[in-house]
Design a protein around this ligand. Structure first.
Ligand code: ADP
Ligand code: MG
Length: 436
């Protein structure tokens, strides 16, 4: 099997930069058809929620201001946000909304608005498994193709808007491990056109030059129409002020950012919590009651830990029954959450100001299945739970929505007893649903 995975480039690099097969589930996993279709149908509403959230700058501003008091990383992002207002007129994003399923009911785990990865590997795996298991009801995926097409649409929009020809810039991590996933996406972008794609890290701001008048961005003497961030979402990546300088230059350019800094902030877990308040959600969705009801039907209980009476009560609730909750800081990329009894000790360590930069979430107890997985060439049998991610693409010019679609899926499966969920970080494996 590992040979097949290596030949199909369903791979990433290990920490020594050696190509290894991605961990997968050998067989498609039975998955609720109802839940799958529900999550797919919901995605355009979540894409729109991101746009509406960045348009509600008062809300974003007040949330970030509060978080900035105890979270240095958010404070730095917020500074760039404040310098970049108003919201740019060309808006494009690739989101991924992640869910766990209890019975047939979906519960959103989080909405990723930056660096929603694995669409490439997931597309390849779904194609492979459809050949290996022709009888299984495997849904069509196509995530990398649809995302690739949307990149072309975004570049077309930029070129028309500014009457120019431009290239795409991928911002990647130093020692990037997920190169194969990115390459699949790059291949699907250049399948249909001859757009140049340049890869850079944030390490050297001198790579990026701005035309002082037009704010056009140039890299390697090419104008950039779209900056796609596959990096820049965690504090460790910003090794010096230079990285921050790069982010600020990119943000202040007229290039389309996927995501722009406001959309990055709109994906914060604190924003997710604040939007579970029905009034706030309705107001943010500009009083669209149907969409609001649709969105909130997928929400799990999420509670504020602000330094307020309500926050105190929620904290008490978690101290009395820690197994019921997950405690989350404003971080991405896995390994940051606290579960079970540790919720108690963590909450007791935090000052009220520090605590307000966390949220508390009901712990979902997803359906359990059996799975045979292969990781580092070793096969094992596990009792497993899965997390479904639905990709979404949205392109808009001011308030005119040009494209708003659901764009394929990712299924990650992990041992029932494992708390976290990343694939590259080693918690879970790539999987494909067999709809029941
Ligand atoms: P990150 O930004 O680090 O990906 P997530 O909110 O997605 O943060 O949490 C990481 C992992 O923790 C998820 O992939 C999931 O496996 C698990 N998890 C998160 N929230 C919950 C929850 N409410 N109930 C059960 N498991 C959860
Ligand atoms: Mg996640």
């Amino acid at each position: 099997m590992e040979e097949i995975l290596l030949n199909n480039e369903i791979c990433f690099n290990d920490t020594e930069n050696v190509k290894i097969h991605a961990p997968i589930s050998l067989n498609p996993t039975p998955f609720s058809s109802k839940a799958f279709h529900r999550a797919t149908e919901l995605q355009p509403a979540f894409n729109l929620l991101v746009l509406r959230t960045i348009q509600n700058s008062t809300l974003l501003h007040s949330i970030c201001q509060q978080l900035s008091k105890s979270d240095q990383f958010i404070s730095k992002l917020f500074q760039i946000y404040q310098n970049s207002l108003p919201v740019p007129r060309l808006f494009f994003n690739v989101n991924r909304s992640d869910y766990m399923v209890e019975g047939d009911s979906i519960y959103q785990i989080e909405l990723n608005t930056i660096s929603a990865s694995l669409a490439g590997l997931s597309t390849k795996l779904s194609e492979l498994q459809a050949i290996r298991f022709p009888q299984d009801p495997i849904p069509e995926n196509g995530a990398s193709y649809r995302i690739g097409e949307s990149f072309n649409e975004a570049i077309k929009l930029y070129n028309t808007e500014f009457k120019t020809t431009s290239s795409i810039l991928f911002i990647v991590q130093e020692n990037e491990r997920n190169v194969f996933d990115q390459q699949i996406l790059i291949n699907s972008i250049s399948n249909s056109t001859t757009i140049t794609i340049i890869k850079k890290t944030l390490a050297n701001p001198q790579m990026f030059s701005l035309d002082s008048k037009s704010k056009a961005l140039f890299v390697d003497n090419q104008e950039i129409g779209l900056v796609y961030f596959r990096a820049g979402y965690s504090p460790e990546e910003y090794k010096s002020q230079l990285f921050w300088d790069s982010r600020a230059i990119l943000e202040s350019s007229r290039a389309i950012k996927c995501p722009d800094i406001a959309s990055h902030l709109a994906g914060l877990k604190k924003v997710q919590q604040v939007l579970t308040d029905p009034e706030t959600l309705l107001q943010t969705m500009q009083n669209d009651k149907d969409l609001t009801d649709n969105l909130s039907s997928s929400f799990a209980g999420i509670y504020s830990l602000d330094a307020t009476e309500e926050g105190e009560m929620n904290c008490e609730m978690a101290l009395n029954d820690p197994e019921r909750f997950v405690l989350k800081p404003q971080r991405e990329g896995g390994g940051n959450n606290t579960y079970g009894l540790q919720v108690q000790s963590r909450l007791q360590e935090l000052t009220p100001i520090e605590r307000s930069a966390y949220i508390l979430m009901d712990r979902i107890r997803p359906n359990v299945t059996k799975a045979s997985i292969i990781r580092n060439s070793i096969i094992s049998e596990i009792s497993a739970v899965s997390e479904l991610g639905i990709y979404g693409i949205i392109l808009a010019r001011n308030d005119q929505i040009i494209l708003n679609k659901s764009a394929g899926y990712l299924l990650r499966t992990k041992p029932e007893e494992s708390d976290e969920g990343g694939v590259v970080s080693g918690f879970s494996v790539l999987d494909i649903p067999a709809l029941q």
